[in-house]
Design a protein around this ligand. Structure first.
Ligand code: DGI
Ligand code: FE
Ligand code: FE
Length: 188
């Protein structure tokens, strides 16, 4: 049975801290606006934004237990980078726990942290909304906010560049989906 939005709201309120809950609402609202701008189903984009970080506040121990339960196998980079876990887990969680199996929603959540090559419109909307949501205040975010309402692909490309530069500067491994996403757009 698919959960109603009221149930989802209540679940998120209970399982996310205040800051993460507020971020989720902001991403939902930004996704709605981007959907409006780029001719996508606004309610679907809102729901996707609302749910995208559903597993973010679980402990690492609990997340590992859920991977086991769901039969999810992580690749080596994912294993070593716990910040990537909540996206993979969230995509499975909404199917098992909320009965939300819409492939576009599931994939957008699955790839919202890394991006990927050949992203769907909803992938791009969620990826950007998460980057530019009202609670983000990093240097350069205003520039990305402008791009987001000019051209989806250019905006996503700028976010890839930003992410890769940031990760390099912190000596962190870059997931292959992020690199492939970047390469896909630069050669397109
Ligand atoms: O969940 P949010 O904080 O709202 O945002 P997010 O899902 O985009 O997660 C951002 C974090 O994920 C940030 O700390 C950087 C990290 N991240 C994103 N792509 C990669 C990555 N970390 C590594 N090591 N490699 C990646 O390719
Ligand atoms: Fe996230
Ligand atoms: Fe997020």
């Amino acid at each position: 049975m698919e959960k109603t939005s009221k149930d989802i709201f209540e679940y998120l309120q209970e399982h996310l801290d205040k800051k993460r809950f507020n971020h989720s609402i902001n991403v939902a609202e930004e996704s709605y606006k981007l959907a409006e701008k780029y001719g996508y189903n606004k309610d679907k984009a809102y729901l996707c934004g609302l749910l995208h970080d559903v597993c973010k506040n679980e402990t690492q121990e609990k997340m590992l237990q859920m991977f086991d339960e769901f039969g999810i196998i992580l690749d080596d980079i994912q294993k070593s980078q716990y910040k990537l876990w909540h996206a993979v887990l969230g995509a499975q969680f909404i199917q098992n726990e909320f009965g939300i199996c819409d492939k576009e929603i599931v994939d957008a959540i699955r790839y919202h942290t890394t991006g990927r090559p050949n992203m769907t419109k909803l992938d791009k909307i969620l990826y950007l909304a998460d980057f530019i949501s009202a609670d983000r205040d990093f240097e350069g975010v205003d520039h990305l906010r402008e791009y987001a309402y000019v051209n989806l692909d250019i905006a996503v490309f700028e976010c890839f560049k930003f992410s890769i530069e940031e990760l390099c500067s912190m000596n962190k491994p870059i997931h292959i989906d992020t690199l492939n996403g970047y390469n896909y757009l630069i050669t397109k």
